[in-house]
Design a protein around this ligand. Sequence first.
Ligand code: ADP
Ligand code: MG
Length: 249
Amino acid sequence: MPTFDAGGIDRWDQDVAALAGSLVHEVKNPLSTLNISAQLLLEEAGEPTTPREQRTVRRLQVMREEIARIEQIVSSFLQYVRLQSVEGRPLDLNALLSRLLSDNAERHERRKLRVHFQAEEELPPVAADEVLLRQAFLNLLQNAEQAMPEGGELIVRTLQREREAGPELQVEVIDTGVGIPAEQLEKVFRPYFSSKREGTGLGLPTVLRIVKLHGGNVRVESEAGQGSRFIVTLPPFPAGSDSSGSGAK
Ligand SMILES: Nc1ncnc2c1ncn2[C@@H]1O[C@H](COP(=O)(O)OP(=O)(O)O)[C@@H](O)[C@H]1O
Ligand SMILES: [Mg+2]
């Protein structure tokens, strides 16, 4: 008789990711309907004159803001659970980081951040998924920026280090912001830990997940009131390998 031993399959991670993905899509459709309805009601309300109309408009605006917030929460959740594997291609970290900084330069200037990029010359390539790695560094830059509401120094450094296990690439994102209290250091990489009113608490877990999928690691050093340093290490692209994706898993 045909039999099937279900004990032999272990795809919990993929199943949860797939379930989460369909949940997110199911939630997104009614959300966008709500958003459009609120928008139309706002347009119909026009310029409020009576206090009652002003209250109505204000409430509709709150609804739209909260809808946007739910959309942000479900999107970052989906992005996090979807991270299952990466296909590594050789990538120039200095080029990636310098593009990322110049894409954000205008906002950095507006927010009074003095940005320094200290790029090690002759940095070997990493085996990376560029889109994911860009996202990881963007999350670190956003945190640094949010830690310096009054402005400050933002330093991004790349370097190559020799380790027993072989060479290693390192990227540091350093800020002179609020810092992290010692008792919170071990919590910041956990999903949904956030000290911000509008935080998702998924920025650093996403960073860690992406970097680990690249075979690397993330460390943090911080002093409350002084600033923080996030250190990302990544293995170099395997010597003698071609660019056909040597799958860093
Ligand atoms: N550069 C930083 N300076 C100070 N605190 C930080 C920094 N980066 C992260 N944190 C702390 O770690 C928490 C988690 O960060 P993250 O996962 O990106 O979530 P979020 O930014 O949405 O709060 C932040 O709320 C903050 O308390
Ligand atoms: Mg964040």
